[in-house]
Design a binder for this molecule. Structure first.
Ligand SMILES: [Zn+2]
Ligand SMILES: [Zn+2]
Length: 272
């Protein structure tokens, strides 16, 4: 458990260092082995995506303490220890905890498409007209805070072991960057990989403009919830080169100057 203690001690700043390293490696891989060779302009939208993440990170840092305190209070007020206090040995408890956090992410992602208030914020992620590693950090700052708070509250209510939460946070950080990468993974590897994790081809389907494809593949790290609950879509109808990414009927081309501000106010505008 020494390793976990080290993760806990350095998590706050370590996650940003890890994210930078992962983003850098994947950006280089995208450059040399791209999956989609599309004509989208990239510099403007990449800057918007990174700026949104920087602002979201600041907001998270500002609200982290009150949100954590509220989650601890909720856990205490429920008067049970949940999974953390159960009779299971440590390792199965931690593994079940990681799977449960991923299931919570699946449910919250599905809810983000079904509940208008959540979709207002989540549409900013889908408004990216292209799909690459910077899309992974493109979230409205309010969505980052809302989803982190909802996740923490649900985990507190279920009595999630803290180690499971931290392990999942590291796993998700690396995996979210990976599954948005515009990287050409050989198809036979992709077929095998997607039995155990969401792959870039699988998640790209979720960024399709088509409603049926956009409302599929909600899984974050593990692909099993989609397969079990009937929301799995293997490939886009127009293929990965021909599919249209982003939001249908959306003029939010973030390569134009001002795209950052448009993304910030997008949740408060009229829904299409
Ligand atoms: Zn989505
Ligand atoms: Zn995505």
């Amino acid at each position: 458990m020494q390793f976990m203690q080290a993760v806990m001690d350095h998590f706050e700043w370590g996650q940003y260092v890890l994210l930078l390293v992962v983003l850098g490696i994947l950006a280089l891989t995208e450059h040399f082995w791209p999956r989609r060779v599309a004509g989208e302009s990239h510099q403007g939208r990449r800057r918007v995506n990174l700026l949104l993440y920087a602002l979201g990170g600041l907001l998270m840092w500002w609200v982290a303490e009150p949100v954590q305190t509220a989650a601890v209070r909720l856990g205490v007020s429920l008067g049970w220890t949940g999974l953390a206090g159960g009779a299971l040995p440590d390792v199965p408890k931690i593994v079940i905890g990681v799977l449960l956090v991923d299931a919570i992410q699946y449910v919250l992602h599905r809810a983000s498409h079904a509940i208008p208030l959540l979709w207002r914020m989540h549409q900013v992620h889908h408004a990216d007209a292209a799909f690459d590693v910077t899309t992974s950090v493109r979230h409205h700052p309010l969505e980052m805070v809302a989803l982190a708070a909802l996740t923490l509250m649900l985990c507190a209510a279920l009595g999630m072991p803290l180690v499971s939460l931290l392990l999942y946070a590291v796993l998700q950080l690396v995996h979210t960057a990976f599954c948005h990468a515009n990287v050409a993974i050989p198809l036979r590897w992709d077929r095998r990989l997607r039995w155990v994790m969401v792959t870039p081809d699988m998640h790209r389907v979720h960024h399709s403009q088509r409603m049926d494809e956009g409302n599929s593949n909600f899984g974050m790290v593990f692909p099993w919830w989609d397969r079990l609950l009937g929301t799995y879509c293997a490939q886009p109808a127009l293929g990965h080169q021909g599919m249209h990414l982003g939001l249908a009927n959306d003029n939010n081309n973030d390569a134009r100057p001002g795209g950052f501000w448009r993304a910030l106010i997008q949740p408060f505008g009229k829904l299409p």
